[in-house]
Design a protein around this ligand. Sequence first.
Ligand code: FMN
Length: 341
Amino acid sequence: MKVPLESAVPLTALAPMQDVTDVCFMSTIAEYGSPDYFFTEYFRVHPDSGVDKYILRSITENTTGRPVFAQMIGEHIPDLVRIARLLMQYPIAGIDLNMGCPAPRVYRKNVGGGLLKDPDKIDRILGELRAAVDGKLTVKMRVGFEDTSQFDRVLDLIDRHDIDLLSLHGRTVKQMYHGSVDYDLIAHAVQRLRCPVLANGNVSSAASAMEVLSQTHAAGVMVGRAAIRNPWIFRQIREAVAGKEVSIVRLAQVRDYIDRLHQMQLDKSVPEKSRVSHLKMYLNFIGQSVDAAGVFLRDMRKAQTEAELFGVCDRELLDRAGGIFAPEPYVGLFARPSCEG
Ligand SMILES: Cc1cc2nc3c(=O)[nH]c(=O)nc-3n(C[C@H](O)[C@H](O)[C@H](O)COP(=O)(O)O)c2cc1C
């Protein structure tokens, strides 16, 4: 698939999210208005690794009509080259290297965000990958590991190795998901690099995408968690960019989205308890925009069965079907996907 990374209009991408952005979620997102690009969850690369078959389905069964980049995480150069060559046999938009994952169990192995501690290693990895990948080679990273002292050095390596696109999350690895996103550092990267930059981190609505684009002059935005909450966001960003009125989403439409998410995982061999907790992961994000008092979030977290869960969805979404799904999360409501009460 041809991938023009230069564009007159700002680009949009769905951020890769492990255990979320699988083939089913990508096709669900596409129904509400595709981003320009998708990225797979990361393929783990180490001496014994092959190509993960489940993640590969996001490439081989991609029905979104949009290109998908294959993301790798690893540090062992011969294996990164080996897996990149294997992945290039599939219809991918390019190879993306993860240099941002902040999970301590990941960065302690010097992969993901851990690579940012060692610019010399980045230099070697990008050099070898650039020589091996004849299509697009892209990087997704944060602005530093503990601080931003190496930021310019890493940016210069991105430039030197002719990286085709940089997705930049404006936080350090140690910040994880806390604190503010430094959009000025993203603007700095846009200035310093020849390749397009996608601004990433806390893009929460079409309005916030417009603000981030104007502050950073980035080539586009990459959206993660907000797209789980609001899959209409890419269409809304396109509307805002075109100067059109941004479409309003009603609670009844959100109820349909939840059905769609449920259909995605209708494998009856999965125990009900697991199906409920999987759906709750998405509802944690969605619930931030349903009601200001957080009643939906509170009650859905208590639900134990599918019947209880859908009872809450029907009551909170269909009884107020014409109500507006807030474009931004309500103040004080947070997704806690892994710790429902
Ligand atoms: C559940 C989850 C899983 C993630 N998995 C990945 C991943 O596999 N690869 C990656 O580069 N980033 C991963 N990220 C980081 C996101 O791609 C993104 O950089 C981050 O969430 C900030 O963007 P947002 O504020 O729009 O969510 C993950 C984030 C979340 C919340």
